[in-house]
Design a protein around this ligand. Structure first.
Ligand code: SF4
Length: 885
C-alpha cells in the first residue's frame, strides 16, 4: 500500500552511475510523480527516459511480499533460522570458503557494508563479490595499479570545462544520458569543444562527435600506446609533472614505441583518422577521456585502462578543471560497493586484503573473530565453484546472475544444483529467484533508505517515500538478522541505516592520516536527523567542515608508498581465436530505455515503447551474405549457446560484427538471453568478463508464420518458437513467430479465445495479413495479426487503441492494423515521454523543421528528458545528409 498522497521526497535514481537526484511525490491514487531535482549537482533537474518513467515501475505486481521456503510462504523467523543454520553447518563442515554472497550495485551502501562485514569479518571468507565485477572491475584494477588506490580523480563538471572530450567504449547518449546531455549543452554553449567517439559501432553518441573512430574490438591498447608515443615524439609530455609525481615512464614508452608501427593494423583505423585524433589530443590541454564498459568488459580491460591513464599522467592532465581520465560506472551504487569493499579482492573502506596494516585496522575496528586474509572468488570463479560443488550455500542479493553472467545457461544450472540458495529480491519470478530454496522479500526503490555514491564520488541519500509492503524488509536487516542468529549479535545490532553509515564513516577515518583516499570521517558523528537530511556530498569529507579540493592528483600525492603514480607498460592482447564457423564478433550492451534484466523497466509501458523485443544489429553486407532481411528473425549462436532475435540492419554496425542488447530474459522473450553466448573468459587482473568480443555465427531463422498481438491480459506465449512480450498501457503486446511444429491450436492457446474457424486462416502460409479481433462489452480486448512474413501493421497505433478513451477504442482501421488514410500513423516510437513516432518526426522534417529544437517545437519530441535527441538528429541526417553535415 502506498502512502496516501505524501509530501515530496528528495531521493536518487536507482539506474545508472550518473546518480541523478529525483523529487518523488506520492499521489492519492497510489501513483508517484517523478521530477528531476534541480538542486542535485549530478543532474540539476534533468532526468533521462528511464529516470522520468520511474513512476510506472512501483506497482506491487509480481512482488515478493513474504518470506518463502521451498516455494511456500513462511514467517521471517523460520526463514532466517534456516538460512543461519544452513550457512553455519556448511562453514562448520567444509570451512568458511564453502559459502558465498553474490551481491549487487543496486543495493545501498549500508546493505553492502553489512554484507561485507559479515562475510569478511565474521564468517572469515572473502567470498563476497558483486555484479559490479561485470561493470567496472577493470577500472578499479587500473586505478589501483597506477594510483595505488581506486580513485576517480575528476568531477562531472570537468566534461563541461574541457576543450576535448574523448568517449572511448562509452555510449554516453544511451547509457549515461544525463551526462551526455550536460556535455551536449556545453558543446552548444561553447561550440569549439571537440568530441571524439572511439567505438566499433556508430552509436547515438556519434551525434555530437566531431570524429568517430570505428576501432576494431580490443584495439584500445594499441591506440593509446600509439598516442603515448606520439605525445613523446611531439614533445607534449609534461616533464615537470612526470619528474615530480610518477615512475615508470621509460618502460611504458619503450613498450608503446615497440607497437607504434602497427597502430593502423592493430586498430583497424586509417592513418588519417589516427593522426587526426593524435593531433587533437596533443594540441588540447583541457582533455577528459571518458571510458566505460567498452573498455572494462574485455580480456585486456585493465591494460586498456592503464593505457588511457598513461596518456593523462604523461601530460599532467589529471585532477585539474577540464582534465582527467574519467571512469563512469554502470550502476547506481557501484562506487558505494567499492567503498565498503564489496569486491572479493578488497577489504573495506578502500583498504586491501592481504595488507597486514589494513587487516589490523579492520579487525580491531570490527572486533572481528575471524578476518578474511586472502582474496575470495570473483564473480565468474564463484559460479564455477558453485557448479563444481565447492560452494555449499549461496546468498544472492538484488541481482539476476542466471541472465547476466557469462555462460548464463551454465550459471543457471549451477544455481539450480547448489545445495542451498537464498535470494533476497524484490521480484517473485526472475530467472534466478525461481531456483531459490529461501526467498527473502527485499525493499524496492521507493521503499529503501540509505545512501549511494555516483561516478564522481558523490554520496546521495536514497530515501523511502512508500511504505514497506507485505512483510518486506531492507537487505541490511536480512543480513543483520542472519548474523545475529549465527552468534554475532553484538556486532550486528543495528537500529537502522544511519547507525550503519556512522560505522562505515568511522572505519574510513580509522588510523587514516591521509594514507588512504576514501575518508568520510567528517560524517562519522552525523545525527539521525542530519543523516535523514544529508545533501549530496562529494568525498573525501575528512572533517565536519571539510571543503577540500574535489579533485585528486593535480599535485601528485598518489596513494602509493612513494606517493608517485605508476606508468604501466601494456602491450597488445593476444589475438582472440576465431574459427571459420563463428566468423562474426558479437558486442553486447545496453539500450536507451531498458535497464539490466528488465525487472523494473519491463513494468513500464513507456520504457517498453522504444524497443519492444530483443534484436541483432547487423551491417547490410553481412545481412546480405547470410540471407537475412530487415525485421526477419536471426539466430545468433556459438558453442556456448544461442539466441533467436529480430534482425535490425544498420550501417551503424561495422561489417563483421553484430550487436545484441543485454536486457532480455526468459520472462520477456523465448530466447533473448545474450549472456548464454558469452564465454566465461575474464581479464587476468580484474576478473571482469569479456562481454564485447565474442565469436558467433548468424543465420536466418525460417519461420512459417509471423505474428503480432495486443491484448488486455498477459498472453501465455509458450506455444510459439519465438515470442517477445512487452508492457503497454492497459495491456500487453507480443511479437511471435511459429514454426511448422507450432501451428496446431496456437490461437486458442495464445488468447484463450474460441476461434476454431479462424485458426486455419490465421495459420495459412500466405504473405497477406490475416487478422482476428475480440471485443469485450464493445471494447477492444485482443487483436491478432499473422502473415507468412514479418507483420506490417502500425504497432504504435495498435498499442494506442488500448490507451484511447473508451468510446474511441474500436475505430475503423482496427482490422487493418493501422489508421485510416485520414489519420496519421506515428510509426515506431522515438520519444517515449510524449509517444512521438518516427513518422511524425519525418513529417516535421518534411515541413522544413531541420534541427532538433525545431522538431521539438513542432512535435514535443525531445522536450522532456531529451534522451531521444540523438535519434531525432539521426532522422534529420537521414532525410537530408548534406544539410545535416
Ligand atoms: Fe537515472 Fe537517467 Fe540519471 Fe542515469 S542518467 S541516474 S538512468 S535519470
Amino acid at each position: 500500500m502506498s502512502c496516501a498522497s505524501g509530501p515530496s521526497v528528495k531521493t536518487t535514481c536507482p539506474y545508472c552511475g550518473v546518480g541523478c537526484g529525483i523529487i518523488a511525490t506520492p499521489q492519492q491514487d497510489g501513483s508517484v510523480e517523478i521530477k528531476g531535482d534541480p538542486e542535485h549537482p549530478a543532474n540539476f533537474g534533468r532526468l533521462c527516459s528511464k529516470g522520468s518513467a520511474l513512476g510506472e515501475t512501483v506497482s506491487k505486481e509480481d512482488r515478493l511480499l513474504y518470506p518463502e521456503v521451498d516455494g511456500r510462504r513462511t514467517d521471517w523467523d523460520t526463514a532466517l533460522d534456516l538460512v543461519a543454520e544452513k550457512f553455519s553447518s556448511a562453514i562448520a563442515e567444509y570451512g568458511p570458503d564453502s559459502v558465498a554472497f553474490y551481491v549487487s550495485g543496486q543495493i545501498l551502501t549500508e546493505d553492502y557494508y553489512v554484507a561485507n562485514k559479515l562475510m569478511k569479518g565474521f564468517i572469515g571468507s572473502a567470498n563476497i563479490d558483486t555484479n559490479s565485477r561485470l561493470c567496472m572491475a577493470s577500472s578499479v584494477a587500473g586505478h589501483k595499479r597506477a594510483f595505488g588506490s581506486d580513485t576517480v580523480p575528476g568531477t562531472y563538471e570537468d566534461l563541461e570545462q574541457a576543450d576535448l572530450v574523448v568517449l572511448t567504449g562509452s555510449n554516453l547518449a544511451w547509457c549515461h544520458p544525463v551526462i551526455y546531455q550536460r556535455l551536449a549543452a556545453a558543446k552548444e554553449a561553447r561550440p569549439h569543444i571537440k568530441v571524439v567517439l572511439i567505438d566499433p559501432r556508430r552509436t547515438m553518441s556519434a551525434d555530437i562527435a566531431d570524429l568517430h573512430l570505428a576501432i576494431c574490438p580490443d584495439g584500445d591498447v594499441a591506440l593509446f600506446n600509439g598516442l603515448l608515443d606520439h605525445l613523446a615524439r611531439t614533445a607534449v609530455l609534461d616533464r615537470d609533472y612526470i619528474e615530480a609525481n610518477t615512475n615508470g615512464l621509460a618502460e611504458a614508452l619503450l613498450c608503446a614505441q615497440s607497437m607504434a608501427g602497427n597502430v593502423v593494423a592493430d586498430t583497424g583505423l586509417s592513418r588519417e583518422e589516427i593522426d587526426a585524433f593524435f593531433d587533437l589530443f596533443a594540441s588540447t590541454r583541457k582533455t577528459v577521456t571518458v571510458y566505460s564498459q567498452g573498455v572494462n568488459q574485455s580480456s585486456c580491460g585493465t591494460d586498456k585502462v592503464n593505457a588511457i591513464l598513461n596518456c593523462h599522467l604523461a601530460t599532467g592532465r589529471i585532477g585539474r578543471p577540464g582534465m582527467g581520465p574519467f571512469s563512469i560506472t554502470g550502476q547506481p551504487n557501484a562506487m558505494g560497493g567499492r567503498e565498503v569493499g564489496g569486491l572479493a579482492n578488497m577489504l573495506a573502506a578502500h583498504m586491501d586484503l592481504g595488507n597486514p596494516e589494513h587487516s589490523k585496522i579492520v579487525q580491531s575496528f570490527w572486533q572481528s573473530p575471524d578476518l578474511a586474509m586472502q582474496p575470495g572468488l570473483k564473480a565468474v570463479d564463484m559460479f564455477r565453484a558453485v557448479a563444481d560443488g565447492r560452494i555449499k550455500a549461496l546468498w544472492i542479493m538484488a541481482t539476476n546472475p542466471a541472465d547476466s553472467l557469462p555462460d548464463a545457461g551454465a550459471v543457471e544450472e549451477a544455481i539450480s544444483n547448489c545445495p542451498f540458495v537464498v535470494v533476497s529480491d524484490v521480484i517473485h519470478s526472475t530467472d534466478t529467484v525461481r531456483h531459490a530454496h529461501v526467498k527473502l522479500p527485499a525493499a524496492a526503490w521507493g521503499e529503501k533508505d540509505g545512501t549511494v555514491t555516483n561516478s564522481e564520488r558523490r554520496i546521495s541519500r536514497q530515501k523511502r517515500f512508500l511504505e514497506l509492503p507485505g512483510e518486506v524488509k531492507p537487505d541490511w536487516w536480512h543480513l543483520a538478522e542472519v548474523a545475529r542468529r549465527m552468534g554475532h549479535d553484538e556486532a550486528f545490532s543495528y537500529s537502522g541505516p544511519a547507525e550503519i553509515f556512522r560505522e562505515h564513516a568511522s572505519l574510513s577515518a580509522e588510523r587514516n592520516d591521509g594514507a588512504r583516499d576514501f575518508d568520510i570521517g567528517g560524517l562519522k558523528a552525523i545525527s539521525d536527523a542530519d543523516y535523514d537530511a544529508l545533501a549530496p556530498v562529494q568525498w573525501p569529507v575528512k572533517s565536519a567542515d571539510d571543503l577540500s579540493d574535489q579533485r585528486f592528483f593535480a599535485g601528485g600525492n598518489f596513494f602509493t608508498p612513494d606517493h608517485k603514480a605508476r606508468f604501466l607498460a601494456v602491450s597488445n592482447p593476444d589475438e582472440r581465436t576465431r574459427d571459420a564457423d563463428h566468423p562474426l564478433i558479437l558486442n553486447t550492451g545496453r539500450i536507451r530505455d531498458h535497464w539490466h534484466t528488465m525487472t523494473r523497466t519491463g513494468r513500464s509501458p513507456r520504457n517498453s515503447s522504444h524497443m519492444g523485443e530483443p534484436y541483432c544489429e547487423i551491417h547490410p553486407a553481412d545481412a546480405l551474405r547470410h540471407g537475412i532481411s530487415e525485421a526477419s528473425l536471426v539466430e545468433v549462436s556459438n558453442a556456448q549457446g544461442h539466441c533467436l532475435v529480430r534482425a535490425m540492419i544498420s550501417t551503424r554496425q561495422q561489417e563483421g560484427s553484430v550487436f545484441v542488447p543485454m536486457h532480455w530474459t526468459d520472462q520477456f522473450a523465448s530466447s533473448g538471453r545474450v549472456d548464454t553466448l558469452v564465454a566465461p573468459e575474464t581479464d587476468p587482473v580484474s576478473g571482469q568478463p569479456a562481454s564485447k568480443n565474442v565469436a558467433v555465427a548468424i543465420r536466418a531463422a525460417r519461420m512459417k508464420i509471423f505474428g503480432f498481438l495486443v491484448s488486455r491480459d498477459k498472453p501465455d506465449p509458450c506455444w510459439s518458437a519465438y515470442w517477445a512480450l512487452a508492457r503497454i498501457n492497459n495491456g500487453w503486446r507480443m511479437e511471435f513467430a511459429l514454426s511448422d511444429a507450432d501451428l496446431n491450436g496456437f490461437v486458442e492457446a495464445a488468447c484463450g479465445k474460441p476461434l476454431a474457424t479462424a485458426a486455419q486462416r490465421l495459420t495459412s502460409d500466405q504473405p497477406y495479413l490475416n487478422r482476428a479481433i475480440w471485443l469485450e462489452s464493445g471494447q477492444l480486448d485482443t487483436a491478432l495479426f499473422t502473415a507468412s512474413q514479418p507483420v506490417a501493421v502500425s504497432r504504435s497505433w495498435m498499442v494506442g487503441r488500448f490507451e484511447a478513451s473508451a468510446d474511441e477504442r474500436v475505430p475503423t482501421g482496427l482490422l487493418a492494423g493501422r489508421p485510416g488514410v485520414d489519420q496519421p500513423d506515428k510509426g515506431p516510437i522515438v520519444c517515449s515521454c510524449f509517444a512521438v513516432g518516427a513518422n511524425q518526426i519525418r513529417a516535421a522534417i518534411g515541413e522544413g523543421h531541420r534541427d532538433v529544437a525545431a522538431i521539438g517545437k513542432a512535435t514535443c519530441a525531445g522536450t522532456n528528458c531529451g534522451s531521444c535527441k540523438s535519434e531525432i538528429s539521426g532522422l534529420i541526417h537521414e532525410a537530408s545528409p548534406i544539410a545535416a553535415e
